[in-house]
Design a binder for this molecule. Structure first.
Ligand SMILES: Nc1ncnc2c1ncn2[C@@H]1O[C@H](COP(=O)(O)OP(=O)(O)OP(=O)(O)O)[C@@H](O)[C@H]1O
Length: 217
């Protein structure tokens, strides 16, 4: 029987900058096979929280435990203009220790990546760069995927494909945590949390269904 033990367990996470506290005791359990959203206003601390969860930023207190592999798609793309698309894929293949680019190819196809593999990121559109950013975070098929505003710059079709992909991952027992300042896609989530005052609170999802699926990205 598959374990429902959390793939991500967050306890009393605290983080302050010089300007004052941003995270004031964040708690979260993310079981396998869930798509979870975190919303919050600009400056609420969403990016800070995701960086702490990804191990990119050390919290002042509290703990973060992962079970399995983590993928992190930061808000700022990780792409480097000295490298082509193909070189990015090869670089991450080596970094992740992957035998092939099979999964990366599937993801490029799923998101209808249209850029040339010989192109450098600066010559790609913002949405196309974001697709590559997402593929790089996902190509090792992580158990937990942490996404910071993942659909910025996506057109409507790509936005819908992104959610199809999230559903495919959930069906295979992967968990996806999506951070956004917008909550209109709540119907696509298993759980929605609001980050406010440095803590997470579970939100009532407005299951208007159709209404929730009509907002533009
Ligand atoms: N490296 C840093 N040094 C100092 N202050 C920071 C740093 N990073 C973020 N902050 C501050 O911490 C607060 C939370 O920032 P954060 O980027 O985590 O919020 P956010 O919810 O992701 O915002 P947005 O929706 O605008 O992306 C803000 O007041 C920001 O100015």
């Amino acid at each position: 029987m598959p374990s429902d033990e959390p793939v991500l367990r967050v306890r009393d996470v605290r983080k302050s900058y010089r300007g004052g506290p941003v995270l004031n005791g964040v708690n979260l359990d993310l079981p396998p096979g869930r798509v979870v959203g975190i919303v919050g206003e600009n400056g609420a601390g969403k990016t800070t929280l995701l960086r702490v969860l990804a191990g990119d930023l050390r919290p002042d207190g509290g703990s973060v435990r992962h079970r399995g592999r983590v993928g992190h798609c930061p808000q700022e793309t990780v792409l480097h203009d000295a490298f082509t698309v193909e070189q990015h894929l090869r670089f991450f293949q080596v970094a992740y220790g992957l035998e092939s680019l099979r999964r990366a190819e599937e993801l490029l196809e799923a998101l209808r990546f249209s850029g040339s593999r010989r192109a450098r990121p600066a010559t790609l559109s913002g949405g196309t760069r974001q697709k590559l950013n997402l593929v790089l975070a996902l190509m090792h098929d992580p158990d937990v995927l942490l996404l910071d505003e993942p659909y910025q710059g996506f057109d409507w079709e790509t936005y819908v494909r992104f959610w199809d992909l999230a559903e495919e991952l959930r069906a295979r027992g992967r968990s996806v945590l999506v951070v956004s300042h917008l909550a209109y896609d709540a119907a696509r989530l298993d759980t929605l949390h609001r980050l406010e005052g440095g803590v997470l609170r579970e939100q009532e999802r407005v299951d208007a269904g159709v209404a929730d699926r009509t907002g533009a990205p």
